[in-house]
Design a protein around this ligand. Structure first.
Ligand SMILES: O=C(O)c1ccccc1NCC(=O)[C@H](O)[C@H](O)COP(=O)(O)O
Length: 211
């Protein structure tokens, strides 16, 4: 598996700068008020906007279109990740202003065909773990064997409970549409506070095996 890396739930400028240094491809900012990683008020928007060399992803849950547009402008977001129950029509509207990653929470079983309406209105899917009422950042992993029956060429990010110990097993995945690995709470010392040494080691491990 050769894939890009996204580190989600960034709330500190120093962490964002370090991700650039490590060659991480995507940094995620959570714009969902109920998340302990809610970025607003923690990360200076203007300073974040200045940062280059990494794609900044805004993560939203059923947000107003204008809220998303304002965040794109204020933080210089490159992509928008929709982590709630957003419809294909909503995704299409967002996609007029930024590329869209549509997240789906995967449970014990999956009906891939149900995702088909989102293919023409998104750039990527992201598969996270269904865990009660939580939308994301749960640290729980779903059964990756389910991905073996993914029937589309539409590219996807793999997410949900990925930790430092998974670098080796990620290497074993032979999934043509898998383009990126998304990590979050398993690399934290507290919500929104990343253990950057652990992140760096993980990036080095994945890169050394894949590039
Ligand atoms: O991280 C959150 O708090 C969060 C809250 C609401 C919606 C999405 C959220 N995170 C989105 C992500 O992309 C996470 O990286 C993904 O859920 C995986 O998290 P984890 O299982 O902790 O690795």
């Amino acid at each position: 598996m050769e894939s890009f890396i996204k580190v989600c739930g960034i709330t500190q400028l120093a962490d964002l700068q370090a991700l650039v240094q490590y060659g991480v491809d995507y940094a995620g900012f959570i714009f969902y008020e109920k998340s302990p990683r809610f970025v607003t008020g923690k990360l200076d928007a203007a300073a974040a906007k200045e940062i280059t060399g990494i794609k900044k992803v805004g993560v939203f849950v059923d947000a107003d279109l204008q809220v998303v547009k304002d965040a794109i402008h204020n933080y210089g977001l490159s992509l928008v990740q929709l982590h709630g129950n957003e419809t294909p029509a909503y995704c299409a509207a967002i996609r007029e202003v930024a590329p869209v990653i549509k997240a789906f929470r995967i449970g014990a079983q999956v009906n891939w065909q149900q995702l088909e309406p989102w293919i023409p209105v998104t750039d990527y899917f992201l598969f996270d773990t269904a865990a009660g009422k939580a939308y994301g950042g749960t640290g729980q992993q779903f059964n990756w064997d389910l991905l073996g029956s993914y029937p589309f060429a539409h590219p996807f990010f793999l997410s949900g409970g990925i930790g430092p110990e998974h670098a080796a097993s990620l290497q074993q995945l032979q999934l043509p549409a898998l383009v990126a690995v998304d990590v979050n709470s398993c690399f934290e010392t507290a919500p929104g506070i990343k253990d950057m040494q652990q992140v760096q080691a993980f990036v080095q491990q994945l890169r050394s095996q894949t590039k």
